[in-house]
Write a protein that binds this ligand. Structure first.
Ligand code: F6R
Length: 614
């Protein structure tokens, strides 16, 4: 997500903050800013690259031996000077990573007490709440604690106040924060690279921690104000390792970020209590949704695979026919589109030209357009009637991972929303589906525990020339996605197939040199599901022809494990959500095969992150 750096010491720190932010540039950002405190607060912010901020700082020459800085990757409000952090109010300045769920409620409440807001961000709320809480007296950290207690959401927060010179207060919930210990100076940052040039002694804050940082002292406390201790760690990472938070590649880091990314995508949108889904940025109403005759989804690559799962979600939950097409095909086939249709474009970048071209074509022919994308302010989001952001955070590895799982989370939310508006889902049914969704980030975290067995399998078959991926039902798009991941980063030829299609041709390929990765999770509950029973048959067909079977199956399924040459367990959940879990071992398999073969995992040959050509 965005980058944060803070400093308290005896040096003028504007340059130091810029230098720290520069170390976080690789993560992507659209604007940046710093707040410096020496007597009074000075905030300087600029849209675009850090050099724009530097130019402003050179002109304004603000002074401060205490300061906070931020690079922003927009989530609420477009990239602009006004929306850039720090945000300030009444002598308080804040920088924040994360998402505040109840910011609209809080904003309305504060506006009722006469507060005026100067940005479209959720973050600005913090400055207002903290300034109000300061009036009750006590140290700044106590005011921050009271303010934070009123907020629902995720945050890594740093705060400066004119009433507490020489102090930075930090608070953490879900988004990372690290305190750096120096001599006569201390640091707080979202990521180690920002402070690595100054110190290697750090404290990683944990959920619910508060830090009061001065030049001499770092005091940690919890939500009740009790003092706490956290271990001081020595960081021996190289600068390059630090950028990846200790992971060898960005792709690996991003695979491991998926639970958090999914939480950010579904948080504040799904109410398990009422069975309602609130999609900020989408104004779909019952009249329009009930009049829909068809949905057309357009996408490319991994996003197309997500769309194929989305089709099943929407058709099953909202009973609307859904067609899915590749961006590069749809626009050139003189598509049948009219006003009774919704066109959904799915795209991580929001800039993929084929997807954009198809979306424009559908809208020009009268369809309403809904974009599911990850990059705020992207071309797709600007041209769409409704936008559903995935909140995966910047994805740096060229091979998409967390974008895919968050797209599935967003599509599931949309399917439940459409089902509610069309009355194909009762309140109880929606509550049950949303309960499954809410449990998913924890299950995704648990799924990652399969990594050691996936790594072993990857090393065993990393010399393969070809690889087959088989799945049925919602697992068929996962087979396509697993094969795409493997081919793009390891350069092994891989094919994804609907397992039932094997007998119509591809089975001829199977021999003892062919690893066959079979996605065979069973449905939860007493019945294993029709797809499960059929895929068992396909698995046995592959074995009978000498194929080496790597099975991805539900935990405790000894039947599949007994048939396979390598067996990888995943937890159980609702069948429509299972792809979010089952794709994880396929991502890890591709990653470890590629790593073992020594290919350029993050920047595979011939590929670009954003494909803005036809
Ligand atoms: C594969 C991958 C690509 C993208 C495709 C569409 O790992 O990343 O297949 O999914 O280029 O990109 P977006 O989603 O940005 O439209």
């Amino acid at each position: 997500m965005c980058g944060i750096v803070g400093y308290v010491g005896n040096e003028q720190c504007a340059d130091l903050l810029i230098e720290g932010l520069r170390k976080l540039e690789y993560r992507g950002y659209d604007s940046a800013g710093v707040a410096l405190l020496e007597g009074s607060l000075v905030v300087v912010r600029a849209k675009g690259k850090l050099k724009n901020l530097e130019e402003k700082l050179r002109a304004e020459k603000p002074r401060g031996t205490c300061g906070i800085g931020h690079t922003r990757w927009a989530t609420h409000g477009k990239p602009s000077d006004e929306n850039a952090h720090p945000h300030q109010y009444a002598g308080v300045a804040v920088v924040h990573n994360g998402i505040i769920e109840n910011h609209l409620e809080l904003k309305a409440e504060l506006a009722g007490r006469g507060h005026k807001f100067s940005s479209e961000t959720d973050t600005e709320i913090f400055a207002h709440l903290i300034a109000e809480e300061e009036k009750s007296g006590g140290p700044l950290v106590a005011a921050v604690r009271r303010a934070v207690a009123r907020v629902r959401g995720t945050y890594a927060l740093e705060v400066l106040s004119e009433r507490s010179p020489g102090t930075v207060v930090a608070a953490k919930n879900a988004s990372p924060l690290v305190v750096g210990l120096g001599k006569g100076e201390n640091f707080v940052a979202s990521d180690v690279p920002a402070i690595l040039a100054h110190t290697r002694s750090v404290i990683f804050l944990e959920e619910g921690d508060f830090a009061e940082v001065t030049n001499e002292k770092v005091s940690l406390s919890n939500a009740s104000g009790e003092s706490i201790e956290r271990p001081v760690r020595h960081i021996d990472w190289s600068a390059v390792m630090a950028e990846k938070n200790g992971h060898k590649h960005f792709m690996h880091k991003e695979i491991h970020e998926q639970a958090r990314a999914l939480t950010d995508t579904i948080r504040a949108r799904a109410s398990v209590e009422t069975g309602d889904v609130h999609l900020d940025g989408c104004s779909l109403d019952a009249v329009f949704v009930q009049s829909l005759t068809r949905i057309q989804i357009v996408a490319c690559g991994t996003s197309w695979h997500a769309a194929l799962v989305g089709k099943r979600m929407i058709e099953e939950l909202a009973r609307i026919p859904v067609e899915v097409d590749l961006g590069s095909e749809f626009r050139y086939r003189d598509p049948l589109i009219d006003k009774s249709m919704l066109c959904i474009a799915v795209s991580q970048s929001g800039e993929t030209l084929d997807t954009l071209g198809s979306f424009r074509e559908a809208r020009a022919r009268g369809a309403r357009g809904l974009a599911i994308c990850n990059v705020l302010g992207s071309a797709l989001s600007r041209e769409s009637d409704d936008v559903l952001y995935t909140h995966a955070g910047p994805e740096i590895g060229v091979a998409s991972t967390k974008a895919f799982t968050t797209q599935l989370g967003a599509l599931f939310l949309l399917a439940v929303k459409l089902g509610r508006l069309r009355e194909t889902l009762t309140t109880d049914a929606a509550r049950s589906l949303l309960t499954h969704l809410r449990e998913l980030p924890a299950l995704l975290e648990k799924t990652l525990l399969c990594e050691p067995s996936v790594k072993l399998a990857a090393q065993r078959w990393s010399g393969a020339r070809d690889c087959l991926f088989l799945g049925r039902g919602p697992q068929y798009p996962v087979a396509l996605e697993g094969a795409l991941k493997l081919k793009e980063i390891s350069y092994i030829h891989a094919e994804g197939y609907a397992a039932g299609e094997m007998k119509h041709g591809p089975i001829a390929l199977i021999d003892e040199n062919m690893p066959v990765l079979v996605l065979a999770p069973r449905d939860p509950g007493p019945q294993p599901g029709a797809a499960y029973e059929k895929i068992l048959g396909n698995l046995q067909e592959a074995k009978a022809r000498g194929g080496q079977v790597i099975a991805i199956h539900s935990e405790g399924d000894t039947m599949v494990a007994g048939l396979a040459d390598a067996s990888i367990e995943i937890p159980q959940t609702h069948p429509l959500l299972l792809p979010i879990l089952s794709v994880v071992p396929t991502q890890l398999f591709a990653y470890h095969v590629a790593d073992h073969r020594g290919t350029d995992v993050d920047q595979p040959r011939n590929l670009a992150k954003s494909v803005t050509v036809e």
